[in-house]
Design a protein around this ligand. Sequence first.
Ligand SMILES: C[S@@+](CC[C@H](N)C(=O)[O-])C[C@H]1O[C@@H](n2cnc3c(N)ncnc32)[C@H](O)[C@@H]1O
Length: 276
Amino acid sequence: MGSVAELSPATLTALIALVRKHTGIAMNERKSVLLERRLRPRMAALALASYQAYMDRVESDRSEVPHFIDLVTTNDTQFFRTPQIWDYVARQFLPRWQRSHPGQCLEIWSAAAASGEELYSAAMLCEEFKLQHGPLCYRILASDISQQMLDLAAAGRYSGRSVERLRAAYPALYARYLTADGADARVRDELKRNISFTRHNLLQPLRPARQFDLILLRNVLIYFDAEHQQAVIDCARPSMKPEARLILGESESIQRLASGFSFEAPMIYALRGSQP
Ligand SMILES: C[S@@+](CC[C@H](N)C(=O)[O-])C[C@H]1O[C@@H](n2cnc3c(N)ncnc32)[C@H](O)[C@@H]1O
């Protein structure tokens, strides 16, 4: 294949619109280098010499859309990201939930799960809770718009910084719930027992409809403009049980956006009128 044509301002505008159409993600012109870097290898693999030709492919061939989504989403994550949130889950949310829901099964949704570190962090805390306080039924649904990320999450195989941080900060959890697998570490099968995976675009209602006690919607709203943030919140709200908690990322807030929610603590929201 010859060299790829430059990304002209007009093509960049069209590309940004295509990203928004398929993911809701709001990019601006400053993302041109990032888009070029991410799309070029795919264009080379498809022997497409211009960004316009690649956009035409995405628009005309539905099977290309998942690849496009994988390329344009940002998937950074880590185990126990934002430790104060996990402290809240372990020390406040889980004990309170168990007291007020005897005999029920805790439903958790990791709604932008990326490669899975978040949902396994939640699963580890549920398992730890069981060790300390006795039986706890829990189920975790993990979803993401990127199938590639969901496949990584389902594999539960980690390497590099992701695992090193976990091993350094939480050695006991690492030892209990992960096992060495060559140069990698793998989440033990016991931790996967209560987890299911589904591809889901947060701009649409969850299908089949389900309701959760805890929704982790973290570090994804930042990628949307206000209109799409509102749409995500509107789609997520019906998935909350009356006393559910919604947890956002560190630099996210829905106070400007969403009436109908009450603020419990930074990053933590309840449905307005619900009992603690
Ligand atoms: C930065 S990661 C956040 C991972 C994890 N929640 C955390 O806080 O560490 C953002 C994830 O949101 C996903 N995402 C982006 N747009 C989405 C959409 N419209 N619907 C569902 N997931 C989306 C991306 O694929 C990516 O895996």
